[in-house]
Design a protein around this ligand. Structure first.
Ligand SMILES: Nc1nc2c(ncn2[C@@H]2O[C@H](COP(=O)(O)OP(=O)(O)OP(=O)(O)O)[C@@H](O)[C@H]2O)c(=O)[nH]1
Ligand SMILES: [Mg+2]
Length: 406
């Protein structure tokens, strides 16, 4: 089965080294190591899945890419019956470190696309070539959507174009106009299902010098480095999840401790005396404790995760990017952060309102203590847990930004 690029990028030992570097606070070292890998992707193997409906010409296309005919030794089996039910890889001499995977027809396995995707381990492939004959198929649109949802890329191949040429000639139609119509039709179909149209190639696996076969090969050769760096960039969250996991677990314990501390203080039923102008007392100690612990906790987490202006400046010079750009890309997710911040503020207001109401209506001191403890614990825990998640995402954004070549 295909191994994703990520799994070959770092050995188990290298991953452990990254983890321990990160544990000792060397975020910059971790980023530079990942970057040095990303600058040397030439030897990383790329797994390209060739997929399409049964009989669309996938295997014949793979043979053509390898300079073979179907009758040659080592060629993928082809034919008019459904020929292949297991994904099989074929190296491609002209494209070093590329494996072309011949997948079973997408309408195999009783037409259930999700079942098919599971069966062929869809997510393990780095790039896709959809092969379709005669007309745009429903499955083409569906699979294209799934590919783009993963953030990956694909080419669309209209196969057996020699047959189309034959039909067009028989009807006395202009071939170039015919090709334009096919391309327009493909683009419209992709747009209709909400997919950004990919590069489209009209090919015949029998007439390689005609149509778009050679253009496909040269485009793929040209695109390989950018496909690899896209795959690496998609792998960053997984790489960083592994690298930061031990530290995340350690910091979660600290979050628990701080939340327990806030809960203990929240249990003490202290409130300010009621001035004439304020109708009810305010549970001031709890509020101050929650705010204090949360602010201190956030600063502590940020420091522990290695995020600082000093790091940005030092990293900027090493990855040849202005620190302002790194900072801007790091905070790219700000709009998504806002609803969370609003939710947390609303939660805080609700808790304080409940406490004030409890005091106003003279709830028993025990009840108020329990409520104070539970709510202080819960709010502090939630704020700090969100903050940890936020900082970890920021670390990921920073790594992505340091790796990106724009
Ligand atoms: N005219 C023409 N026929 C083609 C072309 N490519 C494939 N064929 C024919 O189409 C039939 C199916 O081709 P395959 O390559 O076996 O198709 P497949 O998609 O691998 O089929 P399955 O593995 O069964 O899903 C064979 O008879 C091929 O000879 C082409 O470019 N032009
Ligand atoms: Mg086949």
């Amino acid at each position: 089965m295909a191994q994703s690029t990520l799994s070959q990028l770092f050995t188990v030992q290298e991953s452990r080294n990254l983890q321990s570097m990160y544990n000792t606070g060397e975020l910059e070292g971790v980023i530079l190591q990942i970057k040095s890998k990303s600058d040397n992707l030439d030897n990383v193997q790329l797994n390209i899945a060739v997929l399409g409906d049964v009989g669309s010409g996938k295997s014949t296309f793979i043979n053509a890419m390898r300079g073979l005919r179907s009758s040659d030794h080592g060629a993928a089996p082809t034919g008019n019956e459904e020929t292949w039910m297991e994904p099989t890889k074929y190296p491609c001499q002209d494209l070093p470190n590329v494996q072309l995977w011949d997948l079973p027809g997408m309408n195999s396995f009783g037409f259930e696309l999700n079942n098919y995707l599971k069966k062929v381990k869809f997510e393990s492939f780095d790039f896709f070539i959809i092969v379709s004959q005669a007309r745009f198929r429903e499955n083409d649109g569906e699979i294209a959507k799934k590919i783009q949802e993963q953030g990956k890329e694909f080419y669309y191949v209209r196969s057996k174009i020699d047959n189309d040429a034959y039909s067009l000639k028989k009807q006395g139609a202009d071939l170039n106009e015919g090709w334009r119509t096919i391309r327009r039709d493909c683009i419209n179909n992709f747009q209709t299902v909400g997919v950004t149209p990919p590069d489209i190639f009209l090919i015949s696996s029998f007439d390689l010098e005609e149509y778009d076969f050679l253009r496909l090969k040269s485009t793929l050769t040209r695109d390989l480095p950018s496909i690899k760096s896209n795959v690496l960039s998609l792998s960053v969250p997984k790489i960083m999840l592994d690298v930061t996991e031990p530290k995340r677990r350690m910091l979660m314990k600290r979050v628990w401790l701080l939340a327990i501390l806030a809960g203990a203080v929240g249990a003490v039923p202290v409130s300010v005396p009621v001035p004439m102008s304020v109708p009810v007392p305010v549970p001031v100690l709890s509020v101050i404790t929650i705010i204090g612990l949360t602010v201190a906790g956030r600063i502590y987490l940020q420091k522990q995760l290695g995020l600082s202006d000093k790091l940005l400046q030092s990293l900027a010079s090493k990855v040849a990017k202005p620190s302002s750009v790194l900072k801007a890309e790091m905070n790219h997710r700000l709009p998504r952060k806002m609803p969370l911040a609003v939710t947390n503020v609303l939660l805080g207001i609700t808790i304080v309102t409940c406490m004030i109401t409890g005091i106003k209506y003279s709830f028993s001191p025990v009840m108020l203590s329990i409520f104070g403890a539970v709510s202080s614990f819960a709010l502090t825990y939630k704020l700090l847990k969100d903050s940890l998640k936020d900082h970890l995402e920021t670390v990921q954004c920073l790594v992505k930004s340091a790796l990106s070549r724009d």
